[in-house]
Ligand binder design. Structure first.
Ligand SMILES: [Zn+2]
Ligand SMILES: [Zn+2]
Length: 179
């Protein structure tokens, strides 16, 4: 997921390249220490400041189901767009100042290598926030005995409302009347 962009930078504004993305990501989160295989495509476009990387990628991510807490996995796809800037002038070899808006993950190194890895990892971290349930309509854990209700059936009576919630419900009711 590293691309030598020396030639592309020399070609000037508007020049572009298209590449396949194939690689592995690491340290996305505790459920995805890696390697997580990733595939996609990217278009590298020469801009005034540097190179705009626009693309899409997909991978399978593991996550903890928010209802039953079992680890499940799902295919995730995302699109990304990030501008990279050179750290060195490709013609003269002179070091270039990096603008404040650019983090270390979008700096093209002194060998003119543009590395997508960290940007793709950060997008993957964000993508994990969209992972919720292990299956549609996951039944979750029984609040009384804790069994996974997708796997086991328990005999707990869940019609009984927690007294703390009952008190809260009464307060809310009262509020509604007041308005
Ligand atoms: Zn679940
Ligand atoms: Zn139960």
């Amino acid at each position: 997921m590293q691309y030598n962009v020396a030639q592309l930078i020399k070609e000037g504004i508007g020049a572009s390249r298209h590449y396949d993305i194939v690689g592995d990501l690491y340290d996305i989160d505790e459920n995805n220490p890696g390697p997580v295989h990733i595939e996609g495509e990217v278009r590298l476009l020469r801009t005034i400041e540097g190179i705009l990387a626009v693309g899409s990628a997909q991978m399978t991510l593991a996550f903890e189901c928010r209802r039953c807490l079992e680890v499940a996995s799902a295919e995730m796809a995302y699109e990304f767009e990030e501008e990279y800037v050179p750290s060195i002038d490709v013609e003269t070899g002179v070091k270039l100042p990096i603008g404040e808006d650019y983090g270390p993950e979008v700096v093209i190194d002194e060998h003119h290598i543009l590395d997508l890895t960290e940007v793709l990892r950060q997008y993957a971290v964000t993508a994990t926030a969209d992972l919720n349930l292990c299956r549609p309509g996951c039944k979750g854990l029984c609040p009384e005995c804790g069994v996974n209700r997708n796997i086991e059936t328990c005999t707990c009576d869940l019609s009984r409302v927690d007294p703390r919630f009952a008190a809260l419900a009464k307060l809310l009711d009262h509020d509604a009347d007041g308005n």
